[in-house]
Design a protein around this ligand. Structure first.
Ligand code: PLZ
Length: 445
């Protein structure tokens, strides 16, 4: 399938076949013979090209993307600056392996990560390919730096699908079931989940800390690893004060505070990083997804004395910080700055929260509306209760998909619909998407 870069996709959602269309259905049949059944698709429309917030499928349908490939294409699809940077780099060289013969763009990305991540202390970074790989390496570094082993993680956490990160991830199905044994020295404590537990941030932190001290012992803890806003677990925004209290406890106890900002970072929440909303300064930050606009790149950025405590040659990998991905990240950062997309995320928050809160007043199955920036969700419940309503979430996603809107479900109980639009989405596009979502919610109410 050859796409023409010149062809203009336009900005409007346009559904011209039933969805998935006939060509996508045929493609789905074809894949069954050769693609592992273990890899599934949220929505089996096959994509031909994309621009801004619009995906065009092989049947010619124009689909509105409210998922950004799970928070990756924050700058939108087919960004000219990114196309140019990547094309030039492909022509210059695609790979040398940074560990063999280095190049400047790797250093530039690390300079940007040092500047953008919270805190003015000296920082160094190492680059990898995927979020899971970044999290694994952050844990490796924390263990090496502290000489301790235990890692604290939270209920509802998601950190990846590799062996260590499966252990760090909370949810069994589909991530862990039958894939053990899992890595050891991982301890899970309760998250702050205001809609469910009603606790203040200080109370929820005290509860978590008490469990750590009783069941693990502070002096055994290498790292406390947390998503400042949980992603896959249900867009759970902890109560104010929870993250600062945990951060203080880690500092007091020589524990490395690792913020997994793979989903919540890179401008998504209306700050460069979600911890910035509460002035928390992590010892290590993991990044991926939005960092490179769709090219595989991940970063581990932390206090220089922690990151540099690792012996020479202790960190690396063939492709980590690949030059094509590195220049893509530099282009993304330039576009984010020039187009003021962090501020745009705040504007989107206003529209999203206003709209969804008003919808929540009209129907009886939305228990909670929450999120920051362009990372906002609704939690679906049985009417008048806090009991998860996964069937409603499923019905809503299906309705949206059939009407040409990509919306993603998440949550430990599968009852949360999350919106992660590209930050470049127009007001008109967002209004259109929210209309479809409202129809979807009403259709299952
Ligand atoms: N940490 C906070 O959100 C990836 C997972 C999709 P990788 N989330 C999307 C799926 O079902 O596999 C994620 C994340 C947080 C780590 C990761 C892992 O990042 O790039 O998928 O390895």
């Amino acid at each position: 399938m050859v796409s023409s870069l010149e062809s203009s996709v336009g900005t409007e959602r346009k559904v011209i076949t039933e969805l998935p269309g006939p060509k996508s259905r045929a493609m789905q049949e074809r894949r069954k013979n050769v693609v592992s059944a273990g890899v599934t698709n949220g929505f089996t429309i096959y994509i031909d090209r994309a621009e801004g917030a619009i995906l065009v499928d092989i049947d010619g349908n124009h689909i509105l993307d409210l998922g950004s490939g799970i928070a990756v294409t924050g700058v939108g699809h087919a960004v000219p600056e990114l196309i140019e940077a990547v094309s030039n780099q492909v022509a210059a060289f695609t790979h040398t392996c940074f560990m063999v013969t280095p190049y400047e763009s790797y250093i530039e990305v690390c300079e940007e990560l040092a500047a953008l991540t919270p805190g003015s202390h000296a920082k160094t970074s190492a680059l990898f390919n995927s979020g899971a790989e970044a999290v694994e390496n952050a844990v490796k570094v924390a263990r090496h730096a502290t000489g301790r082993q235990a890692v604290i993680v939270f209920d509802h956490a998601y950190h990846g699908r590799t062996n260590l990160t499966m252990a760090l991830t909370a949810k069994n199905m589909p991530y862990k079931d039958g894939f053990g044994p899992f890595a050891g020295e991982v301890y899970r404590v309760p998250m702050s989940y205001p809609f469910i537990d009603g606790l203040s941030g200080a109370e929820a932190a005290a509860r978590a800390i008490a469990e750590i001290e009783v069941q693990v012992g502070a002096k055994n803890v290498a790292a406390l690893l947390i998503e400042p806003i949980q992603g896959e677990g249900g867009f759970i925004v902890p109560a104010d004060g929870f993250l600062p209290a945990l951060s203080k406890w880690t500092t007091d106890n020589g524990v490395v505070f690792i913020a997994d900002e793979i989903q919540s970072g890179f401008g998504r929440t209306g700050e460069w990083f979600a911890v910035d909303h509460e002035g928390v300064i992590p010892d290590i930050v993991t990044t991926a997804k939005g960092l490179a606009g769709g090219m595989p790149l991940a970063g581990v950025t932390g206090r220089a004395e922690i990151m540099n405590s690792v012996h020479e040659g202790g960190l690396g990998g063939t492709y980590g910080g690949n030059p094509v991905a590195a220049v893509a990240a530099l282009a993304v950062i330039r576009v984010m700055r020039e187009r003021n997309l962090v501020q745009r995320a705040r504007d989107l928050e206003k529209i999203l929260l206003e709209n969804l809160n008003s919808l929540a007043r009209d129907v009886n199955i939305i228990g909670d509306v929450r999120g920051r920036g362009a990372m906002v969700a609704i939690e679906l419940v049985e009417p008048g209760t806090k009991t998860p309503n996964a069937a409603a979430a499923k019905g809503i996603v299906k309705y949206c998909n059939e009407h040409g809107v990509i919306a993603l479900a998440c949550g430990t109980y599968g009852n949360v619909i999350r919106l992660l639009p590209p930050l470049v989405i127009t007001d008109e596009q967002l209004a259109d998407g929210l209309n479809v979502l409202a129809e979807a919610v009403r259709s299952v109410s």
